[in-house]
Design a protein around this ligand. Sequence first.
Ligand SMILES: Nc1ncnc2c1ncn2[C@@H]1O[C@H](COP(=O)(O)OP(=O)(O)O)[C@@H](O)[C@H]1O
Ligand SMILES: [Mg+2]
Length: 400
Amino acid sequence: MKRRVAVVFGSRSVEHEVSIITAVQAMNTLDEERFEAVPVYVAKDGLWYTGSLLKTMDAFQDLGSIPSRAQRISLRPFSGRMTLSVESPRHGLAAHGVDTTPLGVDVALLCNHGTNGEDGTMQGMFELLGIPYTGAGVTGSALGMDKVLQKKVFLQAGIPVVPHVAFSRRAWLENPNDCLVLAEQHLRYPMFVKPANLGSSVGISRATDRETLRYAVDVASHFDRKLLVEQAVLNPREVNCAVLGNDNVVASACEEVFSTHAFLDYDAKYRVGYKASDRAVGVEKGEARHVPAELGEELTRRVQNLACQAFSALDCRGVARVDFLIDESQVVFVNEINTIPGALSYYLWEAAGMRYQDLLSRTIDLALEAFHDRKSNIVTYDVSDLLQLGSRGKSGSKNR
Ligand SMILES: Nc1ncnc2c1ncn2[C@@H]1O[C@H](COP(=O)(O)OP(=O)(O)O)[C@@H](O)[C@H]1O
Ligand SMILES: [Mg+2]
C-alpha cells in the first residue's frame, strides 16, 4: 500500500515563500509508486490547510484566496495516524459546526524553512502527534537554528568556527558600551552582527568600526533576544555541502556560492531608512552557484568530513546542508547548518549521482527508521515494572 506523506510547508517564517517552492517541487517529484503526497500548508496566520490544488504553484499566486479554496485541517492532541483531520462544513437541516475526516497520514515530509518549522517547534508537535517526520529531531533542529549554541557544540566537538562573542539584548540595552568593548577585545574589524535565530540574512549586517558596530547591533536587536558578533572572514569562498543519514552519514557534492551580497553600509542604511518590518534588512541578494565547487581533492574531502562531523555533533537526521567560509589561506570554518535546506539540497545529490526522487524516498525511509528507533525506547513505566526492575539486582529493595 502507498504511504500517505504529509508535505508540510509555509508557516510563520520570513522564508514562507521559499518553503512553498521547496514543497511544490517535492510533491511533484515524490515516487508515485510508493507515496501519495498530501499537502499540509500552514498559512502565515498559523491556520493549516489541505487540498489537491495546493500541489501547484498557481494556488499560491494569491495567498489571501487560499482559505476559500482549500480545506481547513484541525489537529487533535492524540497520538497516531488520525490526529490530523480535514474539516468540512456540516450540511443538512440542523447544520451546526463542522464534520471532521481523518487525513490518515503515515509520515510527514517537513519542507518548512526558518522559524516555526525548521527550529524544533514543528518537530516537537509531530513528536506529540506520534507521526514520523523527516529531518532532524527537536534538539538537532533547535540547535541548527541557534547560531550561538550551535557554535558552542561545534567548538566542543573540535569543529572550526570563526572567532565570535555573544550577548543578550538585555545586556545590550543596559550596557551597550560594555558589549562593544567585549567585541573589540576579542575580535578585529570588520565584523558580522547577527540575530542568533533567523535565516535569509535578515537582520545581519557588517560593521567596520565602532559606530557601524553600534548600528549593526541595534538592527539585530530588533530580531532576537540573543545577539552574535563574528569576526569577518576576509574575501571568503562560500562553500556548502549536504549530509544524508541518521547514524551513518554520507556527504554530497560541494557547491560554491558566488554572492553579490551587498551588505549595505551604514550610510546606505540611513539613506534608505530602517524599519523593523523590513524583510531583508542589510542585504541585497543575488547568487550564482557552481556545482561541484572547484576546491581540489584535499579541500573537498576536508569540507565533506567537516560537514559530516557538524551534522552528527548537532544530532541531525535525514538531510541537512552545512555552509562553510574558507579564508584566503584555505582555512575552513563551519558557518552554519540548515536542517531543512532550500530545495532539500537535491542539486547537490544529483551532482553526486542521486536522483531527487531517490533522495526524497531515502529521506522518508530515514524518518520511518528514526521513528521506530525512538519507539523502542521506554517512555512510560508501570509502578510494578519499576519495583521489579529494582528488586532484580538489589536485595532488600522492599525497604526502598
Ligand atoms: N563571519 C563572516 N565572515 C564573512 N562573511 C560572513 C560571515 N558571516 C556571514 N557572512 C556573510 O553573510 C551571509 C549570511 O550569513 P549567515 O550566517 O549564513 O546567515 P543566514 O542564516 O541568514 O544565511 C553569508 O552567506 C556570508 O556571505
Ligand atoms: Mg547562510
